[in-house]
Every structure is written in structure tokens, then in C-alpha cells.
Design a protein around this ligand. Structure first.
Ligand code: SF4
Ligand code: SF4
Length: 473
């Protein structure tokens, strides 16, 4: 069966032409109420994205994702590999929060908050408009031969894109290895740290590729969140939508004719001006319905509102609305699905807050040396050998550390030193012996409780196993 003509858009994505090649999108420069709001939101987010790695709370970088050293800071709170469960829970909270938001409000995150959209539409695209002009001028420039004007504009654009990509790469690196190190490398000169310079240039090349060429393809092809829309959205989700009931009416959309009594003709309110299509950064026609390419950027709302104003029709032909709202005039409801997601979100947040609150500043691990049994000494003394590892999660040095046996009478002997310090955000490890009189043991494998003291103040407790001979059972 032949696909109906108006259903052809379902056969391929909006940025692939009939020959299967990339159809370059030249979106018209947006303007209007939503664009103005989005600009303000993007200024705030850009400021946050750029400054977050340079803000410190109690000496901790505000946001840090140091995968190599396995150190993560979220909102100034450091997470160590030992806190991995908390990190996983916080990530789950983030995923469920975005899922909940998507079920209720569609891809609003993509249009307003996603760094890809923010950098693409509010930084790189605006530079492009500034250098090459609006849609019509860009199309003409692309088609014209390589004359002096085209060479000048292209070199200027690519150079500015490269510089901005390089700056973004520096900020990105600050999230990964820490802003202090990035500043140190900048001050000491790029050629003193060739490996960092190489990473920086690779990141720059990736950002340049994404923003100068790959562009909307990130949202359409590469982004897993975008691909999830088909599963998450339902007829109650509020998305950027074309009111086809109003736009098409009985006789369908039609061009605007001056002085016509449009309501009496049965024609829809859509005047088929294509402004919503020309302004779309993903190259789609929103009048075909919700499509996976749509990033809910609202540019088509502004464009259509502008046209409606011009022809004296009510605004909102394209607006934030659900399918049910358009088809049945249904209002937004808190569906059982939304309630379910909200309940999971509340529970996880509670678990996360509880676990964060109970989290200690010091993490102690004392483990028996693998392969070692116990040693019997004079006067019925049984000795076990252990390795210990103490992690200091704070930004202050913890001084004068020693261990004490809390569950049994006995003594703890460190191999190298008795009292020691743990450096700030560092760890101390070593070997120790625990000696207990055989008569004090309850069995051949006792559980010991050990206290970690700093200047005689108990700062952490931990447990470990102690092996003894069977005859003491
Ligand atoms: S259809 Fe509208 S909201 Fe969706 S991407 Fe295009 S312009 Fe943005
Ligand atoms: S901008 Fe509005 S009136 Fe113009 S084609 Fe799009 S939906 Fe129709």
C-alpha cells in the first residue's frame, strides 16, 4: 500500500533528504516571548555550567566528576568509592526525576535546560546569525561560490567556533580533573603538560564537531534520552503541540486571503505560512504531530503566535498542550503513573538523605591478612595480623589517630607507628596485630569491635573477625 503523501514524514528523520543525505537545517532566527524567557534561563545556566567547577564549599569543588581518581563532588559534598551506593542512589533520583518530569511535561528538559541545546541554540547559533545573517542569507551564502565574502565569513565563524570549543573543553576538563589542576596547567604553560594538552585538543575537536557540524543530530540520533520519548510520553503528557482541531477545522489549513471572512469558509486557523517549519532547529513540521526530532524548544510557538497576531486570530495555535487537551479539551491530571513515579522519587530521596546524614567523615576498614591463620604466643596470647585502611573524606587533616579494642580485652599493635595522622581527603593504610588472651575468646572466630580515636575522641567504629584455636570453644 502506498504511504499517503502527508504521512511521508514518518519514513525518515527530518534532516535526511530523499537521497539519504544530510539535509542541512537553516532555522530562522527565533524571536518572541518564549525565546526571551529561554535566553534568560540560558544565561543563568551558562553562568552555572562555567562557574560550577570553580566554586568551592568547605574547600571542596562544587561539582567534580574525577573518574580516573574515583572522586566525585556533588553540590560540594565529596563522594568516595566507599560512598558509591550513595552516588548510584543520587543518579537514580536524577533519572526518576527526569522521567517523572518527562511523563508530565514531555521533552521540556531538552528545550530549556540541556547543555547541548543551550550551547547550540544560545551560543553557536547566535554567533552564526551574527556572522552569516538569518536563514535566507545563510542559504544564499551556502549556495554561492567561494568568493572573498564567503571565505571571510566562514573563516571568521570557524575560528570563533574553535575558540569557544577550546574554552568549553577547558571547563569540561575542570569538571573531570579539578579546576585547581587546570589553573595550575594554564599557569605553568601548556607545553609542560603535553598529555593534558592532547586531551584538551581532543575535547576541543569533539565539541567543534558537535556544534559546527553534527548539531541537531545529537538530539535526534545520539541522545538516549531523546530515543526514550516514545516510551515515556502518553496522551496526557504536555508537549509543544499543534492544535489540529483549530488549525484544520472542516476544510483544512489554507493560505490567508486579505478581507476574507475566514470562519464562514470552514478553513482552519492555520494559514499555511510555514513559519513554524522555517524556525525549527530540527527541520520538522510540528503540524504532523509529536515527532521524536522535536526538542520542545518553543521556537515554533513564538513563530506561530507572531503570525496569528498579524492575521488577527487568537494566539496559541501551537502551544504547550497534551493530546487529550487538544482532542477532548481535557485538563492536566495527576495520573496513577505520575503518582507511582512520585512515590518512588520520595522514597529514594528519603533513603538518600538518611544515608547521607548517617555517613561518617572517616571510613575505616580492618581486614585479616589473606592466607594467615592465628599465632599462639606466650601466656596463652593469640595474635592475628590485619591490614587497615582509613579514608578521610573531610578537607581537614585528622590528627593523632589510634585504635582501641572495644569488644574484648586485648591490645592493638601497629607495625610501623602507634599514633598517626590522616591527610585531608586522603587515606592512611598499614598493618597491625591484635593480641587477645585465649581465655577471653568465645569461639574460634570472634567478631571484634574496634574504635578509631583522634586525640582520644571516638570518631569511627568498625568490626573484623579474629581467629583462635578450636580448643577454646
Ligand atoms: S517542532 Fe517546534 S518545539 Fe519542536 S523542535 Fe521544532 S521548533 Fe522546536
Ligand atoms: S506558523 Fe502557525 S499558521 Fe503558520 S504554518 Fe505554522 S501552524 Fe500554520
Amino acid at each position: 500500500m502506498e504511504t499517503p503523501k502527508n504521512e511521508n514524514f514518518r519514513d525518515s528523520i527530518g534532516t535526511i533528504n530523499e537521497e539519504g543525505k544530510r539535509a542541512w537545517v537553516y532555522p530562522k532566527k527565533p524571536s518572541g516571548k518564549f525565546y526571551k524567557y529561554r535566553k534568560w534561563v540560558s544565561y543563568g545556566l551558562l553562568l552555572f555550567l562555567v562557574s560550577a567547577p570553580f566554586i568551592k564549599i568547605n574547600g571542596n569543588q562544587f561539582l567534580l566528576f574525577n573518574v580516573i581518581e574515583r572522586r566525585f563532588n556533588i553540590f560540594g559534598a565529596p563522594f568516595w568509592p566507599q560512598d558509591f551506593h550513595l552516588f548510584v542512589i543520587s543518579m537514580l533520583i536524577g533519572v526518576i526525576f527526569i522521567t517523572l518530569f518527562t511523563v508530565a511535561f514531555g521533552r521540556i528538559f531538552c528545550g530549556w535546560i540541556c547543555p547541548q541545546t543551550i550551547f547550540m541554540e544560545m551560543v553557536f547559533r547566535r554567533i552564526e546569525y551574527w556572522i552569516e545573517g538569518d536563514r535566507g542569507k545563510q542559504i544564499r551564502l551556502d549556495k554561492q561560490s567561494w568568493n572573498a565574502e564567503k571565505i571571510r565569513k566562514r573563516i571568521l565563524k570557524w575560528s570563533v567556533f574553535f575558540i569557544i570549543s577550546f574554552l568549553i573543553a577547558n571547563v569540561f576538563l575542570a569538571y573531570l580533573i579539578g579546576s585547581d589542576k587546570v589553573i595550575e596547567y594554564v599557569v605553568s604553560g601548556p607545553f609542560k603538560n603535553i598529555s593534558t594538552l592532547v586531551s584538551l585538543l581532543i575535547f576541543t575537536a569533539v565539541f567543534y564537531f558537535v556544534f559546527a557540524w553534527f548539531r541537531e543530530q545529537v538530539c535526534i540520533i545520539a541522545c538516549p534520552y531523546g530515543r526514550l520519548q516514545g516510551v515515556l510520553l502518553d496522551s496526557k503528557s504536555i508537549v509543544v503541540a499543534y492544535d489540529y482541531k483549530r488549525g484544520e477545522k472542516d476544510s483544512g489549513r489554507a493560505r490567508f486571503k486579505k478581507n476574507e471572512d475566514r470562519p464562514s469558509t470552514g478553513k482552519g486557523d492555520c494559514i499555511d505560512c510555514f513559519q513554524c517549519v522555517h524556525v525549527c532547529p530540527t527541520g520538522i513540521d510540528i503540524r504532523n504531530g509529536t515527532q521524536l526530532e522535536c526538542v520542545n524548544c518553543t521556537a515554533c510557538i513564538d513563530a506561530c503566535d507572531h503570525m496569528m497576531e498579524k492575521v488577527n486570530l487568537p494566539k496559541g495555535l501551537i502551544r504547550y498542550a497534551s493530546e487529550d487537551n487538544i482532542a477532548k479539551k481535557a485538563k492536566f491530571t495527576f495520573t496513577p503513573r505520575l503518582k507511582g513515579y512520585s512515590a518512588v522519587l520520595v522514597i529514594l530521596t528519603g533513603v538518600f538523605l538518611g544515608m547521607s546524614f548517617l555517613r561518617n567523615d572517616v571510613e575505616a576498614n580492618i581486614l585479616r591478612l589473606p592466607g594467615q591463620l592465628y599465632e599462639r604466643k606466650e601466656n596463652n596470647i593469640i595474635s592475628n595480623v590485619y591490614t587497615y585502611k582509613l579514608v578521610n573524606k573531610t578537607t581537614l587533616k585528622i590528627e593523632d589517630i589510634h585504635f582501641e579494642l572495644l569488644s574484648h580485652k586485648g591490645k592493638i599493635e601497629l607495625v610501623t607507628h602507634q599514633n598517626f595522622n590522616i591527610p585531608e581527603q586522603g587515606l592512611s593504610e598499614g598493618t597491625l596485630f591484635i593480641e587477645i588472651n585465649g581465655a577471653a575468646l568465645k569461639g574460634d572466630k570472634d567478631r571484634l569491635k574496634i574504635g578509631v580515636y583522634s586525640k582520644n575522641e571516638l570518631i569511627e567504629t568498625t568490626t573484623t573477625a579474629f581467629l583462635g584455636p578450636r580448643s577454646y570453644n
